[in-house]
Ligand binder design. Sequence first.
Ligand SMILES: Cc1ncc(COP(=O)(O)O)c(C=O)c1O
Length: 366
Amino acid sequence: MTGIWKYQHLLPALRDDCRLTLGEANTPLVRSRRLGRAMGLENLYFKLETVNPSGSYKDRFAACAVADLLQRNINFCIATSSGNTGAALAAYGAAAGIQCFLVLVDGAPEAKVRQMQVYGASTLMVRGFGKDAVVSKEVMDGLTALARRHGGLVQISAYCCSPAGMTGVQTIAYEIAESLPKHTAHVFSPAGGGGLTLALTKGFRLWKQMSSTYRCPRVHCVQPSGNDTIAGPLKAGLRTASAIRTSVTSISGLQVPNVLDGDMTIEGCRSTGGSGWTVPDELIYECQRELAVKEGIFCEPAGAAALAGVKLALKSKEMDKSDHIVCLVTGHGFKDLVSAGKIAARSDNRYFENARETFQYIESNV
Ligand SMILES: Cc1ncc(COP(=O)(O)O)c(C=O)c1O
């Protein structure tokens, strides 16, 4: 079995013909060549979810969620998304012949929206949705009622809404456990609503149940300081996440102001010994640039947040320099061309009138 279905014994029981794959999962775990050394870390790894078919870890969610729809004979998909869930559902929906209605966060990056449209989905953007907690709740409640009337459910990549799809995300933990069976001390995960981070804690716990010698890593939740719903309360020793009225981060994917899986994520991280880290947007953008220019890893800003969390944790001396540390790099750089453009603008860009001038330039700079 390929894709997430390699772990079908740990996924919901489904008919064989429902389990579709586009080649998601089995993503590389790459050891840092330069950034780790510069930080004094001997064993820093990046889990490259960027290589999934639609460019983010959400393909693991979509493979499972669409399989679940097929099993229930539902031929439409209503979903909310900041971009990546929508792109993934649009891709797997296209493969399954399922019509997708994707209600999008206001201001979702154009490349993500285009990607959904290319797969043939309907993209529906709502003013304030995904930034303003009141509008977001109104949209989610209304969609849930609408979907129910038609015998379906709203796909949101969170356990509180779409538990079937989220079991697909747990496969990230199984892959890390298989790739680094000895001891991974820390896993850093970027968080918006917390579902991804919760999936890791659930996945590692399940893996431990099957293999008693396995030691669960400490799962850390990293959020932008402009949307500190989970990480701050986790760090402060609180039990519940705190919804905020308006999210002010510009990091696509991490701006959801509502507490979706927040409480369970706090409980899950704490049970592994992990903590919460809030990082400024500027540090996330700087990490996005560093991953590209120092490691050759091109990710969207949300995909660089885990590295920003590692930098912060390192300062607080909560990690040993020889610890095995994994950063989840969750989405591809092509997803957000505005942030990519800002990095590119800092590179050496020239236009020459003729070939001779080009050669001269290289001669004098090589
Ligand atoms: C690239 C990326 N990373 C991380 C996340 C955070 O996931 P969660 O909302 O489950 O915390 C998202 C969510 O959309 C995302 O798109």
